[in-house]
Design a protein around this ligand. Structure first.
Ligand code: AMP
Length: 524
């Protein structure tokens, strides 16, 4: 969080796998979507590299077939990977996932500044609730690279619930947020009660989304093509991109029509295939089953029955698909909130969170600039600001030594579903006599086996000589609102403190170089 004075413009950004949206709070305290330079309310998350130009959005998307080698899309699925695990090279420069996301964010920022006629300085950026530490940090870096002061990284379902609940804060209710986007799936249970929006449980799959439905059509058409002509149309990038676009159109058409026809030509040969909604639903049943299973898991984790849910919120473009809507309606048997725009709710909620962050900051600094009319929109009757509480979506643990079993195991410091911010302190004994250092290995994951968890980092402390086995070492985990972890180890008057060195693509040095490199690009 920054401590600059408040004459700033905060926006909320939904940085989606396939589309992004950006919103602000208007002069009356209402969240509004900011259209892009093409006058669209959502911007495709697609980049076209063309020399020193990076074109983001619909123009890039339209060129995807003609120039597939200059296109990047679905970057969100790669967030949190190091440059060695994922990168794309254009004009001799190697871009990481966060650099590519930064280019998209820069386009959103530039366009918003033009539309609003003022500089956009601050942002709240949303991530799937199920994003892990590395994915969140990569998103934070992307925002910084785009020249934004990132006030907070917040969960998409929390954001959607904020947008939905803003004008219903006096109606206590429990909402089930089902968020199926282009590349990620999240389900979250939220409680709105007395101007407090509280996350109760969350689960998801960050590699399940609309693209998987698209791929089913792509692979089916490719197989039929192969059967008829004895060759795969997927080996050529241009043909693949063309087929992909046709599959996407077919999927969207089947949301309103009961049948569609797909034609694909490659190498002078073509196929023409009919696809009914029924057939498509059958072919993608396994994907819907995955969604259904995750819904049931989150209900179990929350220890709740469907009757305790008052409303279901559907967000993410894929919830326009009739089979998705009917599956949710069927398993939940609860009313679906119809006043939520699946494409816009997340960005609107992020703008609300941005304004809340600025108002909280005003209260901290005592410097009041935001007008009372706006403040009132974000306050309870007693003048207190709306409160939002998130929970952890992954368990954070430490690797310890089990003397009895003679093996390492993971001790859970902060269990999944703990409200944040949180601080947890525990004391451990050294594993052996005369240890020179206590090395704390911090991991994330639900297993007690270290090999099944994701290593987050190490916090090391030097110990005095000749300590017996079992000498106490104090360990504290602080987990903040952005779900970023700080670890403190204390022993014998010594303290070691690390903001966990996260496993993301960029070091501080690289961040600086990347910022300079991005400044060379013309982003439109
Ligand atoms: P999001 O990441 O929330 O923007 O979700 C976008 C996903 O929703 C993409 O996979 C789109 O193809 C899909 N989508 C958008 N509109 C529709 C529609 N009418 N029917 C089916 N899928 C859709």
């Amino acid at each position: 969080m920054s401590d600059q004075p408040i004459n700033r413009k905060a926006v909320g950004i939904d940085l989606g796998t396939t589309f992004c949206a950006i919103a602000h709070i208007d002069a009356y305290g209402k969240p509004q979507i900011v259209p892009n330079a093409e006058s669209e309310r959502i911007t495709p998350s697609v980049i076209l590299f063309d020399g020193a130009n990076a074109v983001v959005g619909s123009v890039a998307k339209q060129n995807a077939v003609a120039e597939p080698d200059k296109i990047v899309d679905f970057v969100k699925r790669e967030m949190g990977k190091s440059k060695a695990q994922f990168s794309r090279t254009f004009g001799g420069k190697v871009y990481s996932a966060e650099e590519l996301s930064a280019i998209i964010l820069r386009k959103l920022k530039n366009d918003a500044e033009k539309y609003l006629g003022e500089e956009v300085t601050d942002a709240v950026i949303t991530v799937p609730a199920y994003f892990n530490d590395a994915e969140r940090t990569a998103t934070l870096h992307a925002g910084q690279l785009a020249g934004l002061n990132v006030l907070q990284i917040i969960n998409e379902p929390t954001s959607a619930a904020l947008a939905y609940g803003m004008d219903k804060l006096d109606q206590n209710q429990t909402v089930f947020v089902f968020d199926l986007g282009g590349g990620t799936f999240d389900v979250t249970i939220m409680r709105i009660e007395g101007h407090h929006i509280r996350m109760m449980a969350s689960n998801g799959d960050h590699r399940l989304g609309g693209k998987d439905w698209d791929d089913v059509i792509v692979n089916w058409v490719a197989d039929e093509f192969d059967k008829q002509h004895g060759e795969s149309p997927l080996l050529d990038l241009q043909s693949y991109q063309d087929l992909y676009n046709r599959a996407l159109t077919a999927k969207i058409q089947l949301s309103t029509r009961s049948r569609t026809t797909l034609v694909h030509s490659y190498n002078g040969k073509s196929v023409k295939l009919d696809l009914t909604r029924e057939d498509f639903e059958e072919r993608t049943r396994h994907l819907l089953e995955k969604c259904k299973a995750i819904c049931e898991i989150v209900m179990q984790e929350a220890g709740m029955q469907w009757e305790q849910i008052d409303r279901v919120l559907l967000t993410g473009g894929m919830t326009r698909m009739p089979s998705v809507r009917s599956m949710v309606a069927e398993i939940s048997n609860r009313p679906i909130a119809e006043d939520v725009s699946p494409d816009e709710a997340v960005a609107l909620g992020a703008a609300i969170q941005g304004m809340l962050a600025l108002l909280h900051e005003e209260d901290r600094t005592g410097e009041h600039v935001i007008n009372q009319e706006v403040r009132d929109q974000f306050s309870a009757g007693d003048g207190s600001l709306i409160k939002v509480t998130n929970i952890t979506t992954h368990t954070l643990g430490v690797v310890l030594w089990d003397d009895g079993k003679v093996e390492e195991y993971v001790f859970s410091m902060i269990p999944k579903m703990t409200p944040i911010p949180v601080e947890v302190k525990n004391s451990f004994g050294t594993a052996k006599a005369n240890m020179k250092n206590a090395v704390i290995r911090v991991v994330e994951g639900e297993s007690t086996m270290p090999s099944e968890c994701t290593p987050l980092g190490i916090c090391d402390i030097e110990l005095p000589p000749f300590l017996p086995k079992g000498s106490p070492v104090e360990l504290t985990y602080h987990y903040n609102e952005n779900q970023v972890l700080e670890v403190v180890v204390e022993a014998y008057g010594r303290t070691s403190r690390v903001a966990i060195a996260r496993n993301t693509g960029l070091s501080d040095n690289e961040l600086e170089t990347a910022t300079a490199d991005l400044a060379q690009l013309n982003i439109s």
